[in-house]
Write a protein that binds this ligand. Structure first.
Ligand code: UD1
Ligand code: CA
Length: 446
């Protein structure tokens, strides 16, 4: 039997934030979400989350995960106190308890597998992840005897100067034999520099405590402040960009770009400086993104060009050119070979194949056919002050510069609209329409 407990009740004082520490985002996902995600494949029988500081916020943020058992720790008197709160929940439970710190987000599932395996094979009372760090500041230090058994963990704040020199640290990830742990939980005290009940003190009370050193110390990096948060962000970004560079994506200036883990790229994609991909993006072969583009939850076909533009929850067809300075908003589909140019905003619209909207336009709640030319400054007036209405334009039509199409409206195929017209009724196929007051021209008398 396996139970997993994630410690997420602390305030995270050192973050200096209104937001609980475990809800701070790292490459687009909260710390706690990341910790929880790395336990997916372990198929535990129980999943317990210890919450306390802003408990509701933390609980709400995990709604999309199933089978979570939230345990309230009030007040938050330390990591040992947090685990004491599990006693009634785990009454009669027989097996391993895997304890994860909610602020150690880069942990890999494989490492947890190895920890569990090692723990079981060694028949230990507790086994925890450790690392040997060049700069161990802030972590609890691990002290072993000659046979390799762990004698104690001493928190940085409780260390003597001599003890502080020890570079072997506790990563805050433990596998306990629950029966043995529950027997010693009540023996913990708060006689330490922080007046907290430390989970780490159980180690010296247990029969056989072992540590399991990780290969990659970055994996167990704990986040206590925003400097460490940015170090982890940097690490994730470095890993992601190297991965995609090896698979055929070029970055002109990788340091200025960021990716999400849920994005996928074809080959020969070029990413120019200051370009960011967020959420779930799929980018086809030969796309050229940026400089200065932000693409979120979108699918781009092949050879799409997107310069200085925002593309959000949209689908863009092959060989389409976006920008500079275009804004493609959610629920938009831009079909292949089309062009969305300078200062154009598209919202909840479908733009047909080969259609061009080159300059200064707003197209919202619209369905445009193929090979249409939308003149500079054309606006679909979709909002009557209360409701939104649709605009339909059929294939091969043209709107003149500064046309206003007052929705709901349908413009047929092969229609030409004269520049400066405000059209508020449907226009049949193959017509020419101009709505403009006559110019009055008078000769000026001196
Ligand atoms: C802890 C370990 C330290 C280890 C380090 C690894 C203890 C006493 N120390 O120190 O040995 O090197 O992690 O990153 O355990 N939490 C609660 N309830 C509380 C207090 C904390 O749920 O009352 C949660 C926090 O939300 C956090 C985690 O426990 O997710 C760790 O707490 P934190 O205060 O950051 O411990 P560290 O000082 O980093
Ligand atoms: Ca910590």
């Amino acid at each position: 039997m396996l139970a997993i407990a994630i410690l997420a009740a602390g305030k995270g004082t050192r973050m200096k934030s209104k937001l609980p520490k475990v809800l701070h985002p790292l490459a687009g996902k909260s710390l706690i979400d990341r910790v929880l995600s790395c336990t997916k494949g372990l198929n535990p029988n129980r999943k317990l989350i210890v919450i306390g500081h802003q408990a509701n916020l933390v609980e709400d943020s995990l709604k999309h995960h199933q089978d979570l058992d939230f345990v309230l720790q009030q007040p938050q008197n330390g990591t040992g106190h947090a685990i004491q709160q599990l006693s009634s929940k785990l009454k009669g439970f027989n097996g391993e308890l895997l304890v994860l710190n909610g602020d150690v987000p880069l942990l890999k599932e494989e490492t947890l597998y190895s920890l569990l395996k090692f723990h079981k094979e060694s028949n230990a009372s507790a086994t925890f992840l450790s690392a040997s760090l060049d700069s161990p500041t802030g972590y609890g230090r691990v002290f072993t005897d000659d046979s390799g058994l762990v004698k104690k963990i001493v928190e940085e704040k409780d260390c003597t100067n001599e003890q502080r020199k020890n570079k072997l640290i506790n990563a805050g990830i433990y596998c306990f034999d629950w029966q043995q742990l529950s027997d010693v939980l009540s023996l913990l005290s708060n006689q330490n520099s922080q007046n907290e009940i430390y989970l780490t003190d159980t180690i010296s009370l247990l029969k056989k405590a072992l540590h399991f050193e990780v290969d990659n110390p970055f994996e167990i990096k704990g986040i206590n402040d925003r400097v460490q948060l940015s170090e982890c962000e940097h690490y994730i970004q470095e890993q992601l960009k190297s991965l995609w560079m090896r698979k055929g994506v070029s970055f002109v200036d990788p340091i200025s770009c960021s990716l999400s883990e849920d994005s996928n790229f074809g080959t020969d994609v070029v990413i120019e400086p200051q370009t960011h991909l967020r959420g779930k993006c799929s980018i086809g072969n030969g796309c050229h993104l940026g400089p200065g583009s932000i693409i979120t939850n979108s699918t781009l076909g092949e050879n799409v060009l997107a310069i200085h533009s925002f593309i959000n929850e949209a689908t863009i067809g092959n060989n389409t050119s976006i920008g500079p300075f275009a804004h493609i908003r959610p629920e938009s589909t831009i079909k292949q070979n089309s062009k969305i140019g300078n200062f154009v905003e598209i919202k909840k619209s479908c733009i047909g194949e080969g259609t061009k909207i080159n300059h200064l336009s707003y197209v919202g709640d619209s369905a445009l056919g193929k090979n249409i030319n939308i003149g500079a400054g054309t606006i679909t007036a979709n909002f009557d002050g209360k409701d939104k209405h649709r605009t339909i334009i059929d294939d091969y039509s043209k709107t003149g510069a500064n046309s206003v199409l007052v929705a709901p409206i349908k413009i047929g195929a092969h229609v030409t609209i004269g520049a400066g017209s405000t059209i508020s009724k449907d226009i049949p196929d193959k017509s020419l329409v101009v709505e403009r007051s006559k110019a009055i021209i008078r000769t000026k008398s001196d």
